[in-house]
Design a protein around this ligand. Structure first.
Ligand SMILES: CC(C)(COP(=O)(O)OP(=O)(O)OC[C@H]1O[C@@H](n2cnc3c(N)ncnc32)[C@H](O)[C@@H]1OP(=O)(O)O)[C@@H](O)C(=O)NCCC(=O)NCCS
Length: 222
């Protein structure tokens, strides 16, 4: 669960009830208009979770538009993140005066076999995973999820795509289940904008994950 990962001042709403579509504002309905029913449903549940989380800060219900590269457009003064997987959805929001970026990601532990680990893991990440006792595929999905959460935190603040190979994660400990602190080292490439932004991000970034109920929960903030 995300609650035990995130600082208390980050508001969080999560649900395992993903059976029915939630109310959307017209602007959101228009934006998601042609999508298939499953996608409309997950989108609407994500928006609903986000509005409920914002309401805890006293924010009145309002559209949360789809921004550049699909990043949600949060009300001024807030940062946030949304994740959904087949049986779970969550949104986290925080005041921008307290946090510069926030990203969450949930993935099913059951690994989709068509995905190739070397597509998203560096050689040293693969070596680290290989040195764990068993459960390699579980570590692979954890790294995948951590990188997606990192991307969701990074993108709105920097408006720059990060490839899975632009980020290399080194975890301080390797216990599952539980909450494990990790530090990323971003592999500098020309795509990663200014070194100053990068240094600030790395100085402040916090990363945690847990594994529970067959789901990996990853959270990144700073
Ligand atoms: C964007 C991405 C991370 C979404 O992850 P996912 O596991 O497919 O899906 P999730 O349900 O967990 O998250 C989807 C939500 O992420 C958010 N999101 C999408 N693009 C985003 C972006 N550019 N910035 C921030 N948040 C974004 C949206 O809220 C979206 O839900 P919504 O469309 O209903 O609003 C993934 O599809 C992707 O493009 N990954 C490639 C880049 C990457 O991960 N690099 C890793 C290196 S750091």
């Amino acid at each position: 669960m995300f609650r035990e990962l995130l600082p208390e001042s980050i508001e969080l709403v999560e649900t395992y009830d993903i059976s029915s579509e939630r109310e959307l504002f017209d602007e959101e309905k228009w934006a998601i208009g042609n999508a298939v029913a499953n996608r409309r449903r997950e989108f609407s549940i994500g928006r609903d979770c986000a509005r409920r989380a914002l309401a805890r800060f006293g924010v009145q219900p309002a559209p949360i538009p789809i921004g550049l590269d699909r990043a949600p457009v949060w009300p001024i003064g807030f940062v946030g993140s949304i994740t959904h997987c087949p049986d779970f959805c969550s949104a986290a929001v925080a005041k921008a005066e307290q946090f510069s970026f926030l990203g969450i990601d949930a993935e099913r532990v059951a690994w989709p076999h068509e995905i190739v680990p070397s597509d998203f893991l560096s050689p040293s990440e693969m070596d680290w995973i290989a040195s764990r006792q068993g459960d390699e595929s579980r570590w692979e999905i954890i790294f995948f999820s951590l990188k997606e959460a990192l991307y969701k935190a990074w993108y709105p603040a920097h408006r720059c795509y990060l490839d899975f190979h632009d980020v290399e994660l080194s975890l301080l400990s390797g216990e599952i289940p539980g909450v494990v602190m990790g530090r990323p080292s971003l592999v500098a490439s020309n795509k990663v904008l200014s070194q100053e932004n990068l240094a600030r991000f790395l100085e402040t970034v916090q990363i945690r994950f847990s594994v529970e109920n067959d789901l990996v929960y990853s959270a990144v903030w700073g």
